[in-house]
Design a protein around this ligand. Structure first.
Ligand code: SF4
Length: 245
């Protein structure tokens, strides 16, 4: 199938903008982590520490398009297998809580995670991955709180620095807020260019971009994207959000 690319269209500058946003967020999170540590805190993230990669990862359309254009075929096939595993799970996901639980336990986690625990797309990973800075040990990033006892939950919550974390989670709030603000700006930019924004599950959008000509549908309009989704078996409100102006 011919690869559809936005890099040579008017939207190419939006993808360049994403690269600038990602670089900016890295600089900001480095500074935030240094500041937190200087005040006596500790950031536990590091190479090979990948528990957060079992979570459902969302991103903007342009971030997914960037990944779709740069991943090699072996990684794209892993993305394809992830979407195939996800499809039968969607029927049981009637709430966000169900979806996140099913994703954590049965999706196999992010398909871009290598066997060595390192991200295979680290340089172009989404803003949402870059914005997670764990102030507690990595086991808490992969923990299913539904499986903890009340005493364990209470001990965890009481251990958090409420002024710095996205309470009741242990991630640094300022970094998450910055990532979300950059996503919001990207979605506004997309809405300005195309009349709608597209946000959702990162591997699903990468799959749609490379196997289902999502970029072509995006340049046609929101209706074309909505018509495409049922054909792919991935039309689920918790996976992708199409929002018109
Ligand atoms: S893109 Fe990379 S950092 Fe983000 S969840 Fe996937 S493997 Fe982890």
């Amino acid at each position: 199938m011919k690869k559809i690319t936005l890099m040579n269209t008017t939207a190419g500058h939006s993808i360049r903008n994403i690269l600038q946003q990602q670089q900016f967020l890295d600089q900001l999170t480095t500074a935030l982590a240094a500041d937190y540590c200087a005040k006596g805190g500790q950031i536990h993230c590091g190479k090979g520490c990948s528990r957060c990669c079992s979570l459902a990862v969302n991103c903007t359309f342009f971030e997914a398009q960037l990944l779709a254009e740069r991943l090699d075929e072996a990684l794209l096939q892993r993305v394809d297998r992830y979407t195939e595993r996800l499809k039968p799970l969607l029927g049981g996901a009637t709430s966000l809580k169900d979806y996140l639980r099913l994703h954590r336990h049965e999706s196999g986690g992010c398909p871009l995670l290598g066997a060595d625990g390192a991200c295979q797309a680290y340089a172009i990973r989404p803003l949402s991955c870059r914005a997670l800075l764990a102030t507690r040990e990595s086991r808490w990033c992969g923990a299913d709180f539904a499986e903890l006892t009340a005493a364990e939950k209470e001990a965890f919550v009481n251990s958090l620095d409420r002024a710095a974390t996205a309470f009741p989670l242990h991630y640094l709030a300022a970094a998450q807020d910055a990532g979300r603000e950059l996503e919001r700006q990207s979605l506004l930019k997309m809405a300005g260019e195309f009349g709608f924004s597209l946000y959702g599950n990162m591997p699903v959008m990468v799959h749609l971009a490379r196997r289902w000509r999502l970029a072509e549908a995006v340049t046609t309009g929101a209706a074309a994207v909505r018509e495409l989704l049922p054909l792919t078996g991935l039309d689920h409100p918790l996976l992708l959000q199409v929002e018109e102006l």
